[in-house]
Each structure stands twice: as structure tokens, then as C-alpha cells.
Design a protein around this ligand. Sequence first.
Ligand code: F6R
Length: 606
Amino acid sequence: MCGIVGITGVPQVAYPLLEGLRRLEYRGYDSAGIAVAKAGGIVCYKEKGKIKELEEIIDLDDLDASCGIAHTRWATHGQPNRENAHPHLSGKVAVVHNGIIENFGALKVALSNKGYVFHSETDTEVLAHLINDLYRGNLEKAVQQALKLVDGTFGIAVIHADEPRKIVGARRGSPLVVGVGETANYLASDVAAILGHTRQVIYLDDWEMAVLTPEGVTTTNIDNQQITKDIEEITWDLDQIQKGGYAHYMLKEIFEQPDTVLDAFRGRILPATGDVKLGGLELTDWELRSIRRIIILACGTSYHAGLVGEYLIEEYARIPVEVEYASEFRYRSPIIEPGTICLTVSQSGETIDTLEAMREAKRRGAKVIGITNVVGSTIARESESGIYIHAGPEIGVASTKAFTGQVTILTLLTLLLGRRTHISAEKGMQILEELQRIPDKIRQVLDQSDKIREIAKAYAQDHNCLYLGRGVNFPIALEGALKLKEISYIHAEGYPAAEMKHGPIALIDPQMPVVVISTRDGSYEKIRGNVQEVRARHGKIISVVTEGDTEIAALSDHVITIPPTLNMLTPLLSVIPLQLLAYHIAVLRGEDVDQPRNLAKAVTVE
Ligand code: F6R
């Protein structure tokens, strides 16, 4: 995830700026840059890759100043390269930005018409030009005016060569913190960057701005009204900060899901028409209507997201879908007919099996579309078009937020395809209305984390676990089982609930916990029957039910509830308690959940 550092009042400011960037490295990034304000103009260096590579190209004498900004970029718009790296410049203005400017297309046209030239593919460059265009000798005023024209999210730091001791910061939806020093002041997207200088901080809220000089900090709202903010003292150490106060990256990432799901659909939904826009797809309406078959290629957790996609697309868009393990697809002779598109689903975009399967599909004439998290990854580059899930870097080896991001994108794709064939405007609007409630509903499930931890205590020493689900929750049963086995090393299997009686029922006894996803939908009665079968054999039942359920709850040893939602959106909620259950069981067993044995974050070798 992108990182911002700004410092004013320190001679040779490039050194502490680079040090600040290093403290943000844990967030993941693919390019970095630095700019300082000098009376003559802005001096800026940026480079693709790591901070080390940036350091190799910079001239520290050239950067000799006491006020500057720096950035680590995790690509969202455009490839990770030098041009797209921040800071972005326009005249005497330099800007670093975290977040997404949703109306950057329209702003770009307007600014181009005024003669501004764009050097990057980023949404941020419009901000630099906009601020430059509005600048009349007062930077904070220009920033205020510019931000009123912008839709989307931002945390920004801006400098201007004519006011070379000043940094202006502003936030809406993307964190920004001011560090208050004795003779210098600091701005960052994450306190980790400034902890070495001060522990006195001011957290900006949405629609707030800060103006920093070496002598002091003023805080205003975007309408230029002064506001008084409390100065807080940081008591956390660096490790705690990097994990956002959570014990593990995995837990932090589980708790990020209300935001990452929102980021996956933000700016892509059209609630007024019940429709969706997925710009990166580059398919016309006619091409969308011509799709005859979809093959989804993926591995592991991404494969499970693909299975959810199969249920959704077939039911709501009525297009035949096959989901195949990429490792199988690449070594057989798959049949690709005209009108077939391949969706390659991969968090890292580097998984070798998925990449090779995609190449094979392409060779055989399929149109390939990447659904990835890492911008500029090999799959993103080699697919003909793609959709990013915008989940930010996933550091925990066990994938969590990438899964819900992938499912969100597949839900959007279902709606896009369905609205051109079978889904009415009214139905589309209903789906989008409910999708917008999902982040809050995820929060409600996360609120049960302590309760799930208590449940986990009863099962942490078990050796086996069975997960059952039907319909769209069957892939969730598979995903729950995968999460448990990879981080706790407990043997776990996921099954379609009705399959239990064709074999696995033989295993059920008082030592076999069975996690049943039994939400209120068309198959509720059937799954209740499956739960009764487990109970009759004295298996222990942990059920995930819809709030208000009493019937299955009465048959269960432990109950976790999820808020009611549309059946098609249920996976976005039902997977959360299973992630938490796996996490708490692994922690109770003393396992290193962020670095499970034998597993790598990206499997780039066969
Ligand atoms: C499970 C997990 C793996 C990955 C799989 C595919 O928690 O992380 O199963 O899902 O290796 O990785 P990507 O999505 O990067 O292709």
C-alpha cells in the first residue's frame, strides 16, 4: 500500500525522508520517489523498484533542502514504472497521493484542454495540474479549491517552490497523521514513518487539512475554517504499528475487509441503473453479449473464489462456466471454442501454474482476462485486459482479503454480464443497494471475533475437522477447510453438505468437529437435515447461521451469526467467521500464522 512522508525544518531533509520511506517498506510497494522544495523550483527523483534503487540515482547535493515529501507507491492506475511513481509535478507543485481519484478521466480532459501535458498513467497527476492551475500565491487555498473538484479518496502531501518551507496535507478516506516536533514538523500516512522523530501526533479526519512549517502546524477543514485537534502520544513500538496494533498481519488483513471490499467496488457501480462499469475489461456491450462460455483458471484460495464466481455467473448471467485448477488445465488439451473467455484469478499475478494455464488458453484462441491484486504483475501484463481487486498488499501468507476482493469482482462481473441479458434494472439496483451494505455487515461479523476465539478453544487440540456448505456456500466450506489446514496443520476437508452421506459420514464421531454453513436460503431445509445427521452421530457442530435463526442453532454446539443478505452476496459474509476460526485455532496452538510452514506467498515454481 502506498506510503507518504513529509518533513519540514530538517537540514538535508532527503536523509530523514528516505529513512521514513524505509520504515514504510513493510506495507509493500513497487516504486519510490522524493521531491524537495527549493527557491529555484522543485527537485524530484523517482524510480521503479526498491528504495535502494532510488538511492542509486539520487544526487544528495541536488536535494539539499529542509522541506520535502516522499512516497512509496503500490500501483493502482498504471504500471509500476518511473513515470507513474510519485511525486507528480506540475510547474512548481509536487504532490504525493494515496487513494483513488474517481473522476480523474473527466478532470484530465479538462486540464488537457487547458494545455497541461500528462506524463503518467496515474490518477494523481491530475491533482498536481489542478493545484498548479488554481495556485495564486497561497498553497493551502489552491489545495482546498482543487479538492472540492475531486471525487474519490485521498491522503495527500503537497509542496510548492514559491513557499519552500511549507507542506500542505489533506485527507478523505486515506489516513494521514501529523507529527509535532520541536523545530521541525512531519506528515505521514502511517506513524511508523515518523516514530524516530516524535511521538506527539495529530490524526487528521476526513475533510481535514494541515499546513506544516518548521515553526508550527495549523489544522483546518476543507472550507478553511480553523479546527482544534488534540495532540496524542504514541505508546506503540514499531512492530505493533506495522501490524496496525494486531498481533499478526493475517488478523489485520481479516479486519481490513470492510475497506477492501468497498475498494473493490468503489467507483465501479452505477446504482441508478443497477449496472456496473469495469473499465479495465475493454469489452463492448456487443462483445459481452457474445460470450458463450467462461473458463476460470486459478489455484488455492483464488480457485475457491472462482467457484463462487461459477455459481453466480451461471445463475444470474446464464453463461456456462467451468472452474479449473490451473495446474490441471495447462497439462491437458483443453477445448477452446469461439466465444470462450478465460478469467485468470490470482492475488499475486505470479503463480506459475495460473500464468502457464493463461498462456495455454491464449495460444488456443481464448480471450484472457486477469483478475489480480498486484498491478503490473506478469498475469496482469500478459492478459489482454483485466480487473484489479485493489485489496492492497497482502502480507500474511494465508490469503483472506484477496479472497473477498476476488469474490466482489466476480459479483460485479456477474452483474455486468447479467444486465446485458437476464438481470432487470430493478434487480440490478437491489443487488447494488445490498452490496453497499456489505462492508458494514462484515464489520458486524468481525465484532464476534472474541466469541469465535472462545469457540476455538474447544477445538484447538483436535486432529480433524469437516466443513459443509451448499450452493454458493460450498466453495466457502472448501475455503474454510483450506484456511484451517494451512495455518493450524489440522486435517480439514470441505464438502458439499449432501455429499457427506456418500462417504465422509463414516468419520463422524464425538471427536469430529463439523463446521456447517447453514444460512437462510433455498437449501435451508436440506442443510438442516444434514446437521441432524451429524448430530445423530454425536459429531460436534459449529454452525454459521443467519441472525435470528433458531432451528439449526438449537441443533448446534456453537453458533456464529451473520446478518441477512441476498443469497448471492452471502459468501462475502460467511467466509469471515471461518477465517477467524482458523486464525484463533492456529494462535491457540502456538503456530506462526503469518509464516506457515512449507508455504510461500507466491508460488512461482512448479
Ligand atoms: C491460501 C493461499 C494459496 C493461494 C494460491 C494462489 O491461503 O494463499 O492457496 O491462494 O497459491 O495464489 P495466487 O492467488 O497469488 O495466484
